[in-house]
Write a protein that binds this ligand. Structure first.
Ligand SMILES: Cc1ncc(COP(=O)(O)O)c(C=O)c1O
Length: 411
């Protein structure tokens, strides 16, 4: 029997097929995976047991007994947590639970963007957001960052330039609190400036805040959403970074006038209920004590990564010590092409994220790379960086000293 050939039946314009998952590379520095050792397993098991024993029969209805915005106790936890930590005053009715904050990106984009639109973003930013703009046919204007996040003088210039060209940007997308990939935190003063500029130009701000719990000293500036006096900010967040990405639980905070529009394009009849119930049970009791344990583990892995890079790459790897999060953003010497380094590394079990996938200006990203330090063990971080240095040296001639041994001398 010959199998039916689906190829001629496929809808036009589909992306290329996905590659099969064959397990993670031995040294995996890609993606936003979390620290397995820091998952609060016992408390999650107990929360699952407690909530299911008590309320499990509500699984019989779509949306439990909470409606399409998601499990109400979880939304209530978020409302009080966001008030306490980010200064956001909102009710559970202004929160929509999503399947990860990736769905939040889709819903916000879905109600605001059409082909041909323009948005403004940090010049270095999240690949998942960049790919969405590309797919939607939206032009992203990148604003440079410095050690303090998006530069407000450059934002003002970008807004003025667009105005001169009669282009009204649909939003300013920002990851202001532990930026991906740079790890920077936008100060309260810069936030005020951004809000002022946005208001002057009548542009909304799209605040993506999924790393804001992972700050080493636990101190964060208020959210842009909290500081805005005139609305105009949509805030999204996630439990992926503070608890676990496989749960796929994110959220949107916005005025009901926007949530009500997003609900009409959220056509999945509700995000997975079990994980929402477990989080709704776990978080009020344990979130606050879990986060410092997680950040301690992450900080310690970051130190192993920075020490390993210093030992193996010396001055060839330039980076700032990030204020939190799970990533280190690294500049390698100009001759290094990280797209090629990525391919060469993969062949030998070292996976890195090449810079051009995280930058609006691809040339700017050429010699940059993002390494996630959360998931690999300390030993894998050390060995993986040593291997990466060898591969980099072989492919590009740098670093010229590895672990303080001049490479020429090895013959
Ligand atoms: C800035 C940013 N936004 C959104 C996401 C999506 O995360 P999730 O869908 O797991 O919440 C990520 C993941 O890495 C991210 O870095």
């Amino acid at each position: 029997m010959t199998a039916l050939d689906f190829a001629p039946l496929l809808a036009p314009g589909l992306p290329p097929p996905a590659v099969k998952f064959n397990g993670f590379p031995k040294y995996n520095f890609t993606g936003g995976h979390n620290d397995g050792g820091a998952i609060p397993l016992d408390a999650l098991v107990k929360a699952a047991n407690d909530v299911l024993s008590r309320e499990g029969r509500t699984l019989a209805t779509y949306g439990l007994e909470s409606g399409p915005q998601g499990y109400r106790p979880l939304r209530e936890f978020l409302a009080q947590k966001l008030k306490r930590t980010a200064g956001i005053v909102c009710s559970a009715d202004e929160i929509l639970i999503t399947s990860g904050s990736l769905q939040a990106l889709d819903l916000v984009n879905g109600i605001l963007l059409s082909r041909g639109d323009t948005i403004i973003t940090e010049g270095e930013t999240y690949q998942g957001s960049i790919n969405r703009w590309t797919k939607l046919g939206v032009t992203a204007v990148g604003v440079p960052l410095d050690g303090g996040g998006m530069r407000m003088d450059a934002l003002a210039t970008a807004l003025d330039d667009l105005k001169r060209r009669n282009v009204q940007p649909k939003y300013i997308y920002t990851v202001p609190t532990v930026q991906n990939p740079t790890g920077t935190i936008l100060s309260e003063a810069r936030r005020a400036e951004m809000l002022k500029l946005a208001e002057q130009h009548g542009v909304p701000i799209f605040e993506d805040d999924c790393y804001s719990d992972l700050i080493w000293d636990g101190k964060r500036p208020p959210a842009l959403y909290a500081m805005s006096k005139h609305g105009g900010v949509i805030h999204i967040g996630s439990f992926s970074k503070s608890i676990a990405p496989a749960l796929r639980v994110g959220y949107i905070v916005a005025d009901w006038s926007l949530i009500s529009r997003m609900l009409t394009i959220k056509t999945d009849a509700g995000s997975g209920a079990l994980e929402q119930m477990v989080l709704g049970e776990f978080c009020p009791k344990h979130f606050d004590s879990h986060v410092p344990e997680l950040t301690r583990a992450l900080r310690s892995k970051l130190e192993t990564l920075m020490d390993s890079l210093n030992a193996q790459f010396g001055t060839a790897a330039e980076f700032e010590d990030p204020k939190g999060g799970i990533f280190l953003w690294i500049k390698l010497p100009d001759q290094v092409d990280t797209m090629k380094l990525y391919q060469a590394g993969l062949a030998e079990g070292v996976a890195i994220n090449p810079g051009p996938e995280w930058t609006i200006d691809k040339a700017y990203g050429k010699s940059r790379t993002r390494l996630c330090f959360a998931n690999a063990s300390h030993e894998a971080i050390r060995d993986g960086v040593a291997k990466l240095a060898e591969i980099c040296r072989r492919e590009f001639g740098v670093p010229d000293r590895i672990a303080n041994v001049a490479q020429g001398a090895r013959g």
